[in-house]
Design a protein around this ligand. Structure first.
Ligand code: AMP
Ligand code: MG
Length: 586
């Protein structure tokens, strides 16, 4: 086994910056400039006006002062010039030319009077306020002189530098091109997303993930292939691609199984090494160069999280090196763990986490599923936590190294910034085996006849996140459909009586009392339901159903005002009575 650092070093030693090419400006975003670029023009290119107004000789309007009555000066308007036009009429003594922003200043004029300081006349103009020589005139060459170097070789081209290159006359520049990459998925089980699955098949997520990750780091996917588990096919495809692309990424077929075709086939080429890296996830890795052009080939593991982590840790730095950028591209920060985290001895763990920042710094909440098949948890994460091989146990509050995957601003929409992630990690996860399922798989309602009848009460709460417009409409009673809060309350009460019909294994029980409260808060409606019974089984499901159905009824009432209304935090907050005793949330 080799360390993460050793494997990365071997990769970086084998890749070279791409040969520069001349590309149109619109294809240069994020690329490294490979020449010193000199301006082809003066900026501004000629003396021009900073204002809409009148070009004059300053001396002619010297005495004009709005504070002194009778001091205004009236001049004949002898011409007009707009941006893009040529100032053909000079401004003689005692004359004015009407002028627009960006237009050439006519000969003879030495100041521009803003239209606001005049009567706006066209035949003649009354000027109420004078201006010193040079006022609102943008002199030629003030910003950049023709011939000066405006951007040096090695600069990364971003939007602001693109403005400079365009303004100084460059339609094409010499840059290191973005790598053209082929992505090859292996595995007989793979089917393209959007197609129906047969037994044993899965959708190919790696190919699409890699294409997206390549695009994020400035590379372009020229080929996206899914091949089966035939070694000969792997060799044929790699041989063909090696003549056409700058890098090849395969996924799958590199571990210890019976169909690890990538490893078996490419090993024979002897230019690709297969190694075990002391990393979790992503232990099996292949890397080498193929074909006459020594194209780098990355053979990544097939598990989706392993594939993604491998891309970030090994492929991204290599591609950045090929682009002439620094290999390290992610902001590396220190963060405090929000929960304890175990880590395997002797392996660098790349744990996925949700990172948040407050006044005291960054905090990292490791996602629930750290195994390499948890794609939903990967998608929730916005950070990697890099846990060194010698650390096996970290406590809440411990400081860890963190790579921020989405940059400092993250990937929050305005909605998420306010309300949190769209997929809280309680949604969609399969739980432990059902207790109400018999060994043969059939459902059963537990026989409670032996249990004692006791007085029981349960409270549940939840909220519906709403836009400011929807909150305002609820407060002012302006929801077009009617009294949304009353409807929600009634719906919650009705739902309690229907709970056993909705929840398959819930017992029908005698409901003795129901209270549903619906309160409008700043950005949500808070719903709380308390339900009472005297029976043999608990009444928490009734309370939860009340909250959920009240929330649904509310959404139905306000959806015309807020189509993004969202139910969150539905939970039991208190219960009393029954064998498991009394309990409350706080
Ligand atoms: P392998 O290394 O080929 O045995 O793959 C390891 C695991 O990753 C298996 O469960 C594969 O089904 C899964 N896998 C391989 N390739 C992909 C892919 N392109 N997309 C999603 N899962 C994959
Ligand atoms: Mg496979």
């Amino acid at each position: 086994m080799i360390s993460v650092e050793e494997h990365l070093a071997a990769i970086l030693a084998a890749v070279r910056p791409a040969e520069p090419v001349r590309l149109p400006l619109s294809d240069c975003l994020g690329l490294v400039l490979c020449e010193d670029v000199r301006s082809l023009v003066d900026l501004p290119g000629f003396d021009n006006s900073a204002m809409d107004g009148y070009a004059v000789r300053s001396a002619d309007v010297e005495g004009a002062d709005p504070a002194v009555s009778g001091s205004a000066v009236t001049l004949p308007v002898v011409g007009e010039v707009a941006a893009g036009g040529v100032a053909t009429v000079p401004v003689g003594p005692g004359e004015a030319v009407r002028i627009m922003t960006g237009a050439m200043v006519p000969e003879g004029a030495d100041a521009i009077i803003r239209v606001e300081d005049t009567d706006g006349g066209t035949g003649s103009v009354e000027i109420r306020e004078g201006a010193p020589v040079g006022t609102s005139v943008r002199p030629a060459g003030e910003d950049v002189r023709a011939g000066t170097v405006v951007l040096g070789a090695g600069s990364v081209i971003d939007a602001r530098r693109t403005a400079l290159l365009a303004a100084t006359g460059h339609g094409h520049v010499l840059v290191r091109p973005c790598p053209r990459v082929a992505v090859v998925s292996t595995g007989a089980e793979l089917v393209a997303p959007g197609q129906a699955l047969r037994a044993g098949q899965i959708h190919d997520s790696n190919a699409h993930m890699l294409e997206a990750a390549l695009s994020e780091c400035g590379a372009v996917t020229t080929h996206r292939l899914a091949i089966g588990d035939e070694g000969s096919e792997v060799l044929r495809v790699v041989d063909e691609l090696a003549g056409q692309v700058d890098a090849i990424i395969t996924s799958g077929g590199v571990s210890m199984g019976a169909y690890d075709v990538v490893k078996e086939a490419l090993r024979e080429t002897s230019t690709v090494d297969f190694v075990q890296v002391r990393m979790q996830p992503g232990k099996p890795q292949g890397f080498g160069t193929v074909g006459a052009r020594s194209v780098p080939l990355f053979a990544l593991p097939g598990n989706p999280v392993s594939s993604y982590v491998s891309f970030e840790v090994f492929v991204r730095p290599a591609l950045r090196t090929m682009m002439g950028l620094l290999p390290a591209g992610r902001p590396v920060l220190r963060a405090r763990l929000m929960h304890q985290l175990g880590s395997p001895a002797g392996r660098t763990q790349v744990a996925r986490a949700v990172a948040v920042r407050d006044d005291s710094g960054w905090h990292a909440d490791p996602v629930w599923g750290q195994a390499s098949h948890f794609i939903a948890d990967l998608s929730r994460a916005n950070a990697f936590l890099i846990i060194p091989p010698d650390v096996t146990e970290l406590a809440a509050g411990d400081e860890v190294e963190m790579w921020l995957l989405d940059g400092a601003e993250g990937r929050l929409s305005a909605w998420e910034a306010k309300h949190g992630h769209t997929a809280p990690d309680s949604v969609g996860r399969a739980g432990p085996a059902l207790t109400h399922v018999r060994a043969d798989g059939s459902a059963q309602m537990v026989d409670v006849s032996a249990k004692k009848v006791t007085a029981r009460e349960a409270s549940a709460a939840g909220r519906v996140l709403l836009s400011p417009d929807a909150v305002a409409a609820l407060r002012s009673g302006d929801v077009p459909k009617g009294d949304a809060l009353a409807v929600a309350r009634i719906a919650g009460i009705q739902a309690v009586k229907r709970t056993p019909d909705l929840i398959p294994l819930a017992h029908p029980i005698a409901v003795h009392g129901v209270k549903v409260d619906v309160d409008v808060a700043d950005d949500a409606v808070e719903i709380r339901a308390t339900v009472r019974t005297a029976d043999r089984t608990g009444i928490e499901m009734e309370a939860l159903t009340a909250v959920t159905v009240a929330a649904l009824a509310l959404i139905d009432m306000v959806k015309a005002v807020d189509k993004h209304a969202r139910i969150t935090d539905v939970r039991v907050v208190a219960k009393s009575g029954g064998r498991s005793g009394d309990w409350s949330e706080s």
